[in-house]
Design a protein around this ligand. Structure first.
Ligand code: FMN
Length: 171
């Protein structure tokens, strides 16, 4: 699938078939995450691949019972290390770049998964302390996004978008 087609087709999918994601496909998606741009090429991220049902259930609890997280065969938890960016960019790295960098990696994951015919959803509503505990994360890593990935079990049409003229300004 062309990247433009993936961008247009991607929707948040919250129902998944009971069908595994092949390992080579998952690895290709994770490689796309690694290829995202990052300030100064610091790559201040770690991608935690969660497949164990007991860990997925803890992620559901951490997210205020967003049960579709456990339905997906795989959840990728994208984590960022503020100090990796701060080491070069000080406050701007700590407060801004590492979050932007990981967001770019999340987008690569969503689009790569779409290209493989997979459904995803960017999940940002969760209690970080509970996710940290569930994944046994070191204190330098902040979980920033959880992405369930699976073959879609729902169809979604075009989304509502704010008008072009409202969001694109020319000067
Ligand atoms: C930062 C961020 C956090 C989000 N958190 C959640 C979430 O916790 N649960 C959820 O179901 N969707 C979540 N979403 C998905 C949005 O609801 C979704 O992207 C938006 O409604 C647009 O729909 P679309 O993704 O199908 O284009 C999140 C999206 C972003 C970018």
């Amino acid at each position: 699938m062309e990247v433009l087609e993936a961008i247009r087709k991607r929707r948040s999918i919250r129902k998944y078939q009971d069908k595994p994601v092949p390992d080579d496909v998952l690895k290709a998606i994770l490689d796309c995450a690694r290829l995202a741009p990052s300030a100064g090429n610091r790559q201040p991220w770690v991608f935690v691949v969660v497949t164990k049902p007991e860990v997925k259930n803890k992620l559901v609890e951490a997210s205020g019972n967003q049960a579709f997280l456990a339905q997906a065969p795989v959840v990728i938890v994208v984590c960022g290390d503020a100090e990796v960016s701060a080491a070069r960019y000080e406050d701007r790295g700590r407060s801004l770049y590492f979050i932007q960098d990981t967001a770019a990696a999340v987008t690569n994951i969503l689009l790569a998964a779409t290209s493989f015919g997979l459904g995803t959803c960017w999940v940002g509503a969760f209690r970080e302390t509970l996710v940290r505990e569930a994944l046994d994360l070191p204190s330098n890593l902040r979980p920033l996004a959880m992405i369930p990935i699976g073959y879609p079990d729902q169809e979604r049409g075009p989304r509502d978008l704010r008008p072009f003229e409202e969001v694109v300004w020319y000067r």
